[in-house]
Design a protein around this ligand. Structure first.
Ligand SMILES: [Zn+2]
Length: 164
């Protein structure tokens, strides 16, 4: 079983453990960078990648399904946010809080960065079923870990929910 993250003809095919590490280091970065409404929707998308909730090997997303924004400047800003979060994650930001060492995550983040860099967010705002809307944004922040959480769907952040 694997989880596929794709966009613009590129693909990042991750094992279940690899997915967990990839999503968690991104979540730590996004939690500290998020400032605009869109950022909290992207955080909610990351929360939906929790395999304990969605099923092992049943997550992943396509960049084509993300609602990048209504106009070109919004779309550019959204893409820039994802790239900044990816770069911050790749710097090792808050990895010490994970409780484990994510061995291959540098490679995953690098491949994801290249995928996003080469991706042109499509114009048009059709319904995007897999990207959380403003009502589903992860606006809550766990006070214990300072990590965004998807309340009211889940109690606490991914660190609260870790069985460690
Ligand atoms: Zn927490």
């Amino acid at each position: 079983m694997a989880n596929i993250f794709s966009g613009g003809g590129r693909e990042l095919d991750l094992s279940n453990g690899g997915t967990e590490a990839f999503v968690e280091v991104l979540m730590l970065a996004v939690s500290d960078l998020a400032s605009e409404a869109w950022d909290f929707r992207f955080a909610a998308l990351l929360i939906l990648q929790d395999q304990n909730v969605m099923g092992r090997g049943a997550v992943g997303f396509h960049l084509e399904e993300v609602d990048w924004g209504a106009d070109e400047s919004e779309r550019a800003r959204s893409k820039d946010f994802v790239l900044r979060a990816t770069a911050l994650a790749a710097s090792g930001h808050r990895w010490s809080e994970l409780g484990y060492h994510p061995p291959h995550v540098h490679d995953y983040l690098d491949r994801f960065r290249i995928m996003v860099e080469h991706f042109t967010p499509p114009a048009g705002t059709g319904p995007r079923h897999d990207f959380p809307g403003p009502d589903g944004a992860a606006m809550a922040s766990c006070t214990r870990h300072r990590v965004l959480s998807g309340l009211p769907y889940w109690d606490g952040c991914f660190l609260c929910n870790q069985p460690r």
